[in-house]
Design a binder for this molecule. Structure first.
Ligand SMILES: [Zn+2]
Length: 192
């Protein structure tokens, strides 16, 4: 059987974006487990599975300054500091099912996985996928209204056919999540 030309992109399923984390979304842990279940059942649908990680060293302006309330649009509580527990992949996501990891945001805010690079190398996500003859991607993860949205929209801009696996996503806010799904659909993403 030929390898499918489809990739699954699992966005930022990290402890800080799950309950108990610095920037928790309500369904983060549920999504972590559900993505693992999806992959155990349907791994054959994907030629490759990649994960992204928000990975901050000194992301200028991305964290609210000490004593200033984050606005949760442009500024955020400190989260996903490189090498910290909060930046680790949530334990319910089975990392054995993921082929490659892409890091983003070391020195600047970065919402899209397409701004990232292969862990330990400079290769960007779009080039890496094209190098594996990927033409279609499915996107899932956290948060629907920020990094999932940005990743899906960049995937469209890069010329991939894009599905959003909406049951496998967790928003910062329900209203923001719903608006983001609408934006993705309007951009040509198929909402599954
Ligand atoms: Zn961040």
């Amino acid at each position: 059987m030929s390898v499918p030309h489809k990739a699954l992109i699992v966005v930022d399923v990290q402890n800080d974006f799950c309950p108990g984390g610095a920037l928790a979304t309500d369904r983060g842990a549920v999504v972590a487990a559900a993505v693992s279940g999806h992959l155990r059942a349907e791994r054959d649908r994907y030629g490759v599975v990649v994960g992204t990680k928000d990975w901050h060293i000194d992301p200028v302006g991305h964290f609210a300054p000490d004593g200033v309330e984050p606005d949760f649009q442009e500024t955020w509580p400190v989260h996903c500091v490189a090498g910290s527990h909060g930046a680790e992949v949530h334990p319910e996501l089975d990392v054995d099912l993921v082929d490659a990891w892409f890091l983003k945001g070391e020195h600047t805010a970065a919402y899209s996985g397409f701004e990232g690079h292969l862990d330990g190398a400079e290769t960007g996500l779009a080039d890496w996928l094209r190098g594996r003859e990927v033409t279609e991607v499915a996107v899932c993860g956290v948060a629907t209204d920020f990094c999932v949205r940005a990743t899906a929209l960049d995937a469209v801009a890069e010329g991939f056919t894009v599905d959003l696996l909406s049951d496998l996503c967790s928003p910062v806010s329900e209203a923001g999540g719903a608006a983001a799904v609408g934006q993705m659909a309007a951009a040509g993403v198929t909402v599954v």
